[in-house]
Design a protein around this ligand. Sequence first.
Ligand SMILES: Cc1ncc(COP(=O)(O)O)c(C=O)c1O
Length: 379
Amino acid sequence: MSDTPRARAARLTHLRRAGLAKGDPVSLPITLASIYHLPGDPAGYAQYGRFDNPTWSALEKLLAHIEDAEALAFPSGMAAIAAVLFSQLQTGDRILLPSDGYYTTRLLADRFLKRMGIGVETRPTASYLDGGFSGFRLVLVESPSNPGLDICDIAAVASAAHTAGAMVVADNTTMTPYGQRPLDLGADVVVAADTKAPNGHSDTLFGHVASRDAEMMAGVAEWRKLAGPIPGPFEAWLVHRGLETLEVRFDRMCGSAELIARRLAEHPAVGAVRYPGLPDDPAHNLARMQMERFGFLVGLTLESEAAAETFIDGCALIQPATSFGGVHTSAERRARWGDAVPAGYVRLSVGCEPAEELWAAIEASLGRVGPDSARSRNE
Ligand SMILES: Cc1ncc(COP(=O)(O)O)c(C=O)c1O
């Protein structure tokens, strides 16, 4: 069978079959174990719950399959990001982070890496190539960035960073491997919060690291084993179950987001829309080059904080919540956390509801945000 993303998606739910004996359950069992029966020489056997667990291993097999790379599971997206940073960096290194990406990655670097003598610099995603990468040990890209949805040319960043001797880490949380394939574009490592679309049901945090660089992955695996950020078996089981439907959920979510973004862009109450799939989005041409889909996140700016809160809270089919990627459409005003976006900027995560019904609910709620929004746009 060919190795296209679709072919990989088709094989995903059958991966367990080759390892099944007659009478085994087809679904993945959860193994809750801190110790294993281990007389004599322990080499080659499951030894201890911090080193091995069959439920994580089964999940890592699915993650490796969709990433087309070795994958290691972590209990959250931040645990995956921290494992890469803390296992790969040392005193005297310099790293580059997006100034407009997920703020916790910057906070982590600011609070903990700097005091280890690691230099931390930031740059906006849209101009990530400007200034080159000379002197950096590690360059982290997040494209589209969360929450502003700007994009950088991952292949060009990887090529320039490699020439300068830096490793490239891509946070692919906003896209998943079905929407964008940073390793194929030249990144050395992918980190992702499977808390979002891969799990998809808003009931667990999870993360993974994936790479085709065996030496780097050995460092990340050793970090996990020694520092102890291991996923729980039940959470691994939930994400395993989520991954089995990721392709179909992601397809619905991206399809609905394309339609809703187009309609939002024409709505009189909406001041501005960011969505890489819109032909007049500043990131559109680049998005067409490097993304398989345009994603399920849409940024829309309403006139004010009050208009945005009224819109979110008043929509029957929007869950007001932080995070994104769940089956239920959700939204939040990112300025409430201090992100550098307008007070009325709403990050909408389009879920799996039927698109026309979802649009009808969004349109009804926009109709209630008040006449000021429409007036300010027309002035
Ligand atoms: C782009 C991005 N990376 C990483 C994370 C961290 O994931 P987690 O909350 O699972 O630690 C998030 C969470 O929102 C995110 O949006």
